[in-house]
Design a binder for this molecule. Structure first.
Ligand code: MG
Length: 369
């Protein structure tokens, strides 16, 4: 939202426009100097250009990206654009050859249509799972055929009872899905998942990490903060582990197909050391602010001038680093500006700039004339 109290012209030309950088923020509010996001284009099939494609339907991409968790495992079936885990004597999950930490994952899965007529034990209905950070110490988002497992179905034909924190869309053994948007078995289902691992400083847990899960476009895990590593029957608290691990797809003795798998590694917001009230460290912030100040100062044609544009440009520099030559030139320019006759529009725009610096404690109030 653009503030109604400033003109569009001021907004477009102001070097200092919003609250200034501070000890935890290397950038101002509405900072035009802040780096812009990188371009990502999306293919017609929906794959972002910066994603790592983990399975594109071919045998080559399966063998390039995945390996079996068990030695001499019975192989998965790779056919019709899908990789399918089948009930087998030497059944095995698969895991990626590469390791990942925080990430955005897209994966599609399908259960056999025949499960619609199967009234067996709920946990055996097409059980698999998406494990982040490997299956030993990782975090599972459940894959299961649980179309019939919803409150509205209770007591009706097709109702499949189950423990709720184990149905499809659950963070297994921790949190049930918020809704059941599954399609019937035989149809492709879509998971889009954002995973952030727990953050530790030594043995101190800084943040438990989170799972945000969309199933068929519907939010089923809303930034669920993990309570532990995936478990069965017993609670298992979080504990430190390596910062990267393979993505794994579980073998649970059921047939489940997967396709269109891609992943985008993400940076944790806790890695942001230069602009975050939660995680920035003051030394990194200060270094970046000084770097920006030096860059901006070098662009000022004549720092000894005292026209409105120079005063505002120097104000921007001191907003980042109010010290040394920057401070000296800025104060001299303001003094000269104040003591000379200026157009009203120049006085107004300089005044607006100085007001922001005063408001943010960069300069004392008596600088404003
Ligand atoms: Mg499972």
């Amino acid at each position: 939202m653009a503030a109604a109290t400033v003109s569009a012209a001021f907004a477009a030309s102001a070097a200092v426009y919003g609250d200034c950088p501070d000890a935890k923020h290397a950038w101002a509010v509405h900072d035009w100097n802040r780096p812009k996001p990188h371009r990502v284009s999306v293919s017609p099939s929906g794959v972002p250009s910066d994603a790592i494609v983990l399975f594109d339907g071919t045998k080559e991409s399966f063998s390039k990206n995945w390996r079996y968790q068990r030695k001499n495992a019975d192989p998965w079936r790779i056919a019709d654009g899908a990789m399918t885990v089948l009930p087998a004597k030497k059944g095995s999950g698969v895991m990626t050859r590469r390791e990942f930490g925080d990430c955005q994952l897209h994966i599609e899965f399908r259960h056999p249509a025949s499960l619609a007529k199967d009234s067996g034990y709920a946990q055996n209905r097409g059980n698999s799972g998406v494990f982040f950070m490997g299956s030993e110490n990782g975090y599972e988002v459940q894959v299961l055929e649980s179309y019939g497992t919803c409150e509205e179905n209770k007591g009706k034909p097709g109702y499949i009872d189950n423990y709720t924190d184990g149905q499809c869309g659950a963070v297994y053994a921790e949190n049930p899905p918020l809704a059941n948007p599954l399609k019937k078995p035989g149809e492709w289902q879509v998971y889009d998942i954002v995973f952030h691992q727990p953050v530790w400083e030594g043995d101190r847990l800084v943040h438990p990490g989170s799972l945000t899960v969309f199933l068929n476009g519907v939010l089923v895990q809303d930034h669920w903060e993990m309570e532990g590593q995936t478990t069965h029957r017993k609670r298992r608290p979080l504990k430190p582990h390596p910062k990267a691990g393979p993505l794994a797809l579980q073998y649970h003795g059921s047939e489940v197909s997967f396709r269109n798998i891609w992943i985008r590694p993400l940076e944790s917001r806790w890695a942001n050391k230069t602009h975050s009230a939660m995680s920035a460290d003051e030394r990194s912030v200060s270094l970046l602010r000084r770097e920006t100040a030096a860059r901006l100062y070098s662009k000022i044609a004549n720092p000894d001038a005292c026209d409105a544009e120079t005063v505002k440009a120097l104000a921007e520099v001191v907003a980042y680093a109010n010290e040394g030559i920057y401070k000296e030139k800025f104060l001299a320019a303001v003094r000269k500006f104040n003591s000379s006759n200026r157009r009203k529009s120049d006085r107004v725009s300089v005044r607006e700039t100085l007001d922001i610096l005063v408001r943010c404690g960069v300069v004392p109030a008596d600088i404003v004339k």
